[in-house]
Design a protein around this ligand. Structure first.
Ligand SMILES: [Zn+2]
Ligand SMILES: [Zn+2]
Length: 268
């Protein structure tokens, strides 16, 4: 069998979720066939069962890695028991980062104080275990940068995932040492500011992701998203960067492996 011409990494996928219960193995097989060799599964939606599922997936598949935290949407519901699960899983060898955590002042599903408190605690946990932090930030970039600075997050680094800020926000995160990850949103017609932001991120700091099952990129927008579709997002980021897709793909694979400290890949 010949290896796929293009290799990509999906740096942020929620394939642990119920949307994939019926066909998870086929979804992972399609990803591999499309060249999406490695996938970071984000175990952070709702109860820590999400974190447990992400870790279980990473334990059985050497190309799947997990993160653990409680999403800012659910920060207000976090209990001491939830926290104990995250603390235990944080040191698991297949857990490559703490996240997603952060601030979402667009939806405000949890009180802002609760979001900020959880964000600070998860950054502290990331520093404690020496792993990077995956940040979800919407309409709260200045506030998020203040917390990242106050909590010393640059010591472990991390990713601002599904970036939706301004080009200046992107540049500010890069200046702080962070990576910036682009989702299918960058392919949407009305997302010119996000494409402008992509041009402000150096090639060695850019990641691509699906954030599936939502935010499927053009031309599959509206469908359930899955890791195989990350190529469409990578193609738009490459175009904005003025480089070949293969070069963008290689850079994002290397960046993702470096920030999450993946072991060397086995030959495909
Ligand atoms: Zn998110
Ligand atoms: Zn996510």
């Amino acid at each position: 069998m010949t290896a796929p011409a293009l290799v990509l990494t999906d740096s942020h996928a929620h394939v642990d979720g119920p949307e994939f219960d019926a066909d998870r193995d086929q979804v992972l097989a399609r990803a591999r066939a499309a060249g999406v060799r490695r996938i970071v599964v984000i175990g952070a939606v709702g109860e820590p069962a999400s974190a447990e599922r992400a870790v279980a997936l990473a334990e059985r598949d050497p190309d799947v890695f997990a993160t653990v935290a409680t999403h800012p949407h659910d920060a207000g519901k976090m209990t001491a028991d939830w926290w104990a699960v995250h603390e235990r899983l944080a040191t698991h060898p297949r857990v490559v980062a703490i996240g997603e955590t952060g601030l979402d002042y667009y939806y405000d599903h949890s009180a802002r104080d609760a979001q900020a408190d959880a964000f600070r605690r998860f950054v502290a946990l990331a520093r404690q275990v020496g792993k990077p932090v995956v940040c979800h930030v919407r309409d709260a970039h200045a506030e998020a940068r203040a917390i990242l600075a106050e909590e010393g997050a640059a010591e472990v680094g991390g990713v601002i995932h599904c970036f939706t800020g301004t080009p200046d926000d992107a540049a500010a995160y890069v200046a702080m040492g962070f990576h910036v990850s682009f989702s299918g949103i960058v392919t949407y017609k009305n997302a010119q500011p996000i494409r402008d932001a992509a041009r402000r991120v150096p090639l060695d700091r850019i990641l691509v992701e699906t954030d599936c099952p939502y935010l499927a990129p053009v031309p599959v927008r509206g469908r359930r998203n899955e890791p195989a579709y990350v190529v469409h997002t990578a193609a738009v980021v490459a175009r904005e960067a003025g480089i070949e897709l293969a070069a963008l793909a290689a850079a994002t694979v290397a960046n993702t492996a470096r920030i999450f400290r993946f072991p060397p890949a086995d030959p495909a």
